[in-house]
Design a protein around this ligand. Structure first.
Ligand SMILES: [Zn+2]
Length: 49
């Protein structure tokens, strides 16, 4: 059962930041949901290195 954690860590190489409402998202899927719900499309990404 190592796949889940490895996937999680691998995907947490950056965070997404919504410029319009200052929300922070860890996953691309959350960003897509946010765009659909709010209509916000002005996203910045920040590396977590
Ligand atoms: Zn937003």
């Amino acid at each position: 059962m190592s796949g889940l954690n490895e996937n999680l860590v691998e995907r947490l190489d950056k965070v997404y930041f919504c410029v319009q409402c200052k929300a922070v998202f860890l996953f691309r899927s959350d960003v897509i949901d946010h765009e659909e719900i709010s209509g916000h499309q002005d996203m910045q990404t920040f590396p977590l290195n």
